[in-house]
Design a protein around this ligand. Structure first.
Ligand code: FPP
Length: 236
């Protein structure tokens, strides 16, 4: 590896293509999600091996409720299982987990599992894994604006106190640095309401690989791409 090779501190991924992957194997969509979740566990480890400090993934959007009841139930079962396994995993590999998104619509046991996982891992110093569940970027910003409006109304802050940093501190991602690199798998070139505030200066990488096939080599290629970009943040 050359000395100038840069590892992005924070990588965000839109996991896409589970359904098409399953279809190509003549299997039901939920089989694709199961294999996708297993792949996610491997990719978290690969990310840490490569030196990535924060990994944020889009696992379930506010729009995903529109899918069939069977598919939504299947994804929720996979999520339960994933949260349960993550407690042991996090203890072994020192991973810290944060969940972003609006929780109240989720089943009570899932909310409890999320709270437990966050609490149990909050002092871990390995990779920070952020999982977006019932997440929508506009919803996140709307919730933050409401909190800030309440503070202004209560006289706790004045409108001049509302800076970009202050808004960031009211988002679900408060305290997490913005992503350096955003990856979307499976050939779609869209952001789909994922972290719209946070990716203002991120590099974007789109690849055709379907999520269940996205491996360490694929992650490495995305980082190679990041390395040939020249990040100027609007400067010259
Ligand atoms: C995208 O593929 C996948 C989803 C919307 C669901 C993602 C769920 C998982 C990866 C399992 C997640 C793990 C957790 C932690 C819940 P798609 O269904 O949009 O694929 P398609 O575009 O090929 O139909």
């Amino acid at each position: 590896m050359n000395d100038d090779y840069k590892i992005p501190q924070h990588v965000a991924i839109i996991l896409d293509g589970n359904g098409r992957w399953a279809k190509s194997k003549h299997m039901p969509r939920n089989y694709g999600h199961k294999v996708g979740a297993d792949n996610l566990e491997r990719v978290i480890e690969d990310a840490w091996d490569l030196g990535i400090k924060y990994l944020t993934v889009y696992a379930f959007s506010t729009e995903n409720w529109k899918r069939s009841v069977e598919e939504v139930t299947g994804i929720m079962t996979i999520l339960r299982d994933f949260l349960k396994k993550s407690i042991d995993k996090a203890e072994k590999n020192n991973m810290r987990v944060r969940v972003i998104g609006e929780r109240s619509r989720l089943d009570k046991d899932i909310i409890e599992a999320m709270n437990r996982l966050e609490e149990a891992t909050k002092d871990n110093t390995g990779i920070q894994f952020n999982v977006a569940i019932n997440y929508g970027g506009r919803d996140e910003i709307t919730r933050a604006v409401r909190k800030i409006a309440d503070e202004v109304k209560a006289g706790a802050i004045s409108s001049e106190d509302i800076t970009e940093e202050y808004i960031s501190s009211k988002l679900d991602t408060a305290g997490i640095p913005d992503p350096d690199l955003l990856i979307r798998t499976s050939g779609e070139i869209r952001i789909s309401n994922f972290l719209p505030w946070q990716i203002s200066y991120s590099e974007f990488y789109f690849c055709d690989t379907l999520w269940p096939d996205f491996d360490k080599e694929a992650l490495r290629k995305a980082i190679d791409y990041y390395n040939v970009r020249d990040r100027r943040f609007g400067g010259v």
